[in-house]
Design a protein around this ligand. Structure first.
Ligand SMILES: *[C@@H]1O[C@H](CO)[C@@H](O)[C@H](O)[C@H]1NC(C)=O
Ligand SMILES: *[C@@H]1O[C@H](CO)[C@@H](O)[C@H](O)[C@H]1NC(C)=O
Ligand SMILES: *[C@@H]1O[C@H](CO)[C@@H](O)[C@H](O)[C@H]1NC(C)=O
Ligand SMILES: *[C@@H]1O[C@H](CO)[C@@H](O)[C@H](O)[C@H]1NC(C)=O
Ligand SMILES: *[C@@H]1O[C@H](CO)[C@@H](O)[C@H](O)[C@H]1NC(C)=O
Length: 400
């Protein structure tokens, strides 16, 4: 009984050792004839076909101000290595798969050219990456990376905007005679297992476009590249509550100017605080926007328009208060009457005559300060009405 146990143990150990030794031998033999810097193809007339698919794991965010898209992704690269292979039937029984360090085999040198931090796909830090090798030479490489790519953000429709960001993957040194990138399937998709939704951005569409671009100096060769496009839509409910809604309320409050009587001394103060609120609001919004003049949000224009209207309102009300404080029987001078004439007497154009008729004839339908005050207030109402129409139409345009 004891003997049998010893034999069993010995056989097991020797079998395991055998497996280990065979693997060890295989690794040594493979490395002896292999240079990881050389393209692993026997017939160098045809380029190596590298197939690739990008999986998006998470979208950390799209910064409006710095115009940087941050995303966690991993690639699935697969290609056929014609050197790093072995016969698993005869020489190395049952060893069909090896996991080797990236530095021990050839892997495609690929760059994300619009990454602002680190262009190379291969990790440069302390992380050791591995490649899965099959005995028939098929390699599978899954590099993962946190991308920080630059993306031109168009905020004109903020906060109801949709952005298109491109991740540019290129073979920087190797032209299409060395290797070519092909996409697998659609080329890019959300990783089913790892994907985490982002609170601010919703991914509308992902697409990959593989193509070759001409060498700048030598037009007989070209470089292979894949451009990934991510269409992102801003989830606007947060901005609707924090930006659009307060803005509409402020605008509605602005209209109260019409009903407040000028005699009420608070009217000027009310308008002044409206004016200041708008300016504070604009400043708050500007903090979230890219400070470029390339695209300016319609919302910024709208707030600027509100500031302008508030300013004009304050001016008109100040004039109105001044006029009320004057003696109402006093007739305006000829100059003032000429300035305001187009506003009041469209039908008469003999200004000169009216001016020369003098002060004593003012009772014959003549202009008084009170008339001017009334007309000014009428203009103010028209201005506020136009403002409401303009604002509402811009809002509708942006949302659609
Ligand atoms: C090493 O590899 C070569 C070619 O693949 C093969 O002929 C040779 O037998 C191998 N040697 C060992 C010790 O496995
Ligand atoms: C190889 O694997 C098969 C099935 O997995 C097994 O039956 C066979 O004994 C193995 N051969 C060796 C030499 O390990
Ligand atoms: C995504 O965009 C591509 C390219 O513009 C288009 O062909 C495809 O139909 C779009 N897919 C969806 C689901 O919208
Ligand atoms: C390629 O370059 C050659 C020499 O510079 C030039 O004559 C030729 O027109 C170019 N061809 C194309 C397609 O640009
Ligand atoms: C490589 O690029 C050249 C120049 O554009 C082109 O003529 C050639 O067909 C390309 N080779 C492959 C394999 O696509």
């Amino acid at each position: 009984m004891f003997a049998i146990t010893v034999v069993v143990i010995l056989v097991t150990v020797s079998y395991c050792n055998g497996n280990y030794e065979r693997k060890q031998l295989l690794r040594q033999n493979l490395s002896k004839h292999y240079n990881p810097e050389l393209l692993p193809i026997l017939d160098s007339n045809l380029p190596l076909q590298v197939n690739v698919k990008l999986y998006v794991m998470a979208l950390q965010g799209l910064e409006d101000k710095s115009q940087i898209l941050t995303a966690s992704v991993f690639w699935y690269f697969t290609w056929k290595d014609e050197i790093f292979r072995w016969d698993h039937y005869l020489e190395y029984k049952n060893i069909t798969k090896l996991i080797v360090k990236v530095s021990d085999v050839w892997v495609p040198e690929i760059y994300i050219v619009n990454d602002v931090r680190d262009m190379s796909i291969r990790s440069t830090g302390n992380n050791i990456e591995y490649v899965i090798v099959r005995s028939n030479g098929y390699m599978a490489w899954f590099p993962a990376k946190e991308l920080q790519t630059s993306c031109a953000v168009d905020v004109s429709k903020y906060p109801f905007d949709t952005q298109a960001c491109t991740i540019r993957m290129e073979t920087w040194y190797h032209d299409n005679k060395s290797f070519i990138l092909n996409t697998i399937g659609s080329g890019i998709e959300k990783s089913e297992v790892h994907f985490v939704e982002n609170g601010e951005w919703d991914i509308l569409n992902l697409s990959a476009n593989p193509f070759q671009y001409q060498d700048y100096w030598d037009n007989s060769s070209a470089y292979s590249c894949v451009h990934y496009t991510l269409i992102l839509k801003r989830r606007s409910s947060y901005h609707l509550v924090t930006t659009a809604f307060p803005f509409l309320i402020l605008m509605a409050l602005n209209l109260l100017v019409v009903v407040l009587p000028t005699e009420c001394g608070e009217k000027l103060g009310f308008c002044m605080s409206q004016f200041l609120t708008m300016i504070v609001f604009l400043t708050l919004m500007a903090q979230n926007m890219p400070s470029s003049s390339f695209t300016i949000s319609y919302l910024t224009y709208l707030i600027s328009l509100q500031i302008l209207v508030s300013g004009i309102t304050i001016l008109i009300i100040a004039i109105s208060i001044y006029l009320k404080s004057r003696n109402m029987d006093d007739s305006p001078s000829c100059l003032v009457r000429i300035i305001f004439s187009p506003m009041m007497y469209f039908q008469q154009n003999d200004l000169k005559k009216r001016c020369t008729r003098g002060r004593n004839s003012r009772h014959e339908g003549f202009i008084t300060w009170l008339d001017i005050d009334k007309k000014l207030n009428c203009c103010l109402n028209i201005l506020l009405l136009l403002n409401v129409i303009a604002t509402v139409s811009i809002f509708v345009f942006v949302i659609i």
